[in-house]
Design a protein around this ligand. Structure first.
Ligand code: 1HE
Length: 264
């Protein structure tokens, strides 16, 4: 049976609602938040059950590490067909959160490795604190990425860097990870959650249609031929600007009550 139908271990993924944002936390620190089938099913359930009032999500991990990737203890018994369905179940769940209703900010620290990096790369923004390190140990374990990493990670850092990580076991530390595009923000140790919450609160203030157009439109437009992309862009622009909220925001700027762009 494919893993999406595993019994969710709900105690291993907590959710906390703070106004317009929700914080989803991997709570399996003794196993470095390694992702078992039950934990993955719990991630799916937590995202499915987000209330209508949630407008942005932060995902983080309890303990010293964000996530040690696939729970390797579950790998040893799987045959090829089960392996195929397992990989497809990760695709299903991570695609559902990437193309869900609200943007997700990953608050990273410690190990972000293997499937942990696949989870982080399905999020919309990544904040790394200085303890963060990224690796793809699949190469040295004799396996391959299976959670969408070969599709998503090259889009962040390029196929050549992913190849290097898997062929040589190269580890990217926090500062370098930001310079190559793996994460967008670098903060001192222990501050990734606070920064991710600050960003999520800012995102939650946007018009929901703008956030939706960004999450669903931008990645698809990037894969379309230019003339298709221009048409998709025009349709999203037309829908977004016709929303009453957009009209009210533009009016507020014009009558001097809306915010100006500030340099800092
Ligand atoms: C685990 C896992 C795991 C820890 N599966 N049990 N991922 C990896 O190859 C990374 C494997 N983990 C590590 O390299 C290290 O654990 C860490 C660098 C993340 C953390 O080191 P450390 O010293 O803090 O912890 P530890 O002592 O290694 O681990 C603590 C416990 O967690 C220990 O179990 P215990 O019962 O002996 O206490 C570890 O066995 C357990 N643990 N990581 C199972 N990953 C969709 S395909 C995706 C494919 C992949 O993700 S492959 C990459 C898997």
């Amino acid at each position: 049976m494919p893993a999406p139908y595993a019994t969710p271990c709900l105690e291993e993924v907590s959710v906390e609602h703070r106004g317009a944002i929700s914080i989803v936390r991997l709570c399996r620190p003794k196993k470095r938040n390694a992702i078992s089938d039950g934990l993955m099913a719990a991630i799916a359930r937590r995202f499915d059950e987000l209330p209508e009032s949630t407008r942005a999500v932060v995902i983080d991990g309890e303990g010293d590490h964000f996530c040690a990737g696939l729970d390797l203890s579950e790998l040893k018994e799987r045959d090829a067909v089960q392996g195929l369905h397992h990989s497809r179940s990760w695709h299903h769940i991570l695609t559902a959160i990437e193309f869900g209703r609200v943007p997700i900010v990953a608050a990273l620290h410690g190990a972000v490795v293997g499937g942990g990096l696949e989870l982080a790369s399905a999020c919309h923004l990544r904040v790394a604190d200085e303890t963060t390190f990224f690796a793809l140990p699949e190469g040295s374990r004799g396996i391959f990425v299976g959670g969408g990493g070969s599709v998503r990670i090259p889009k962040l850092i390029g196929a050549h860097r992913m190849l290097d990580m898997m062929l040589t076991g190269r580890v990217y530390k926090a500062a370098e990870s930001v310079s190559i595009g793996m994460a967008q923000y670098l903060v001192p140790p222990g501050q990734s959650l606070a920064k991710a919450i600050e960003l999520a609160e800012r995102i939650a203030q946007n018009a929901p249609m703008t956030n939706y157009a960004l999450m669903h439109g931008l990645p698809r437009i990037a894969e379309q031929p230019a003339d298709h992309g221009f048409l998709t862009e025009a349709m999203l622009a037309a829908i977004a600007q016709s929303a009453p909220e957009a009209k009210a925001r533009v009016r507020a700027f014009l009558d001097g009550t809306g915010p100006k762009v500030k340099a800092d």
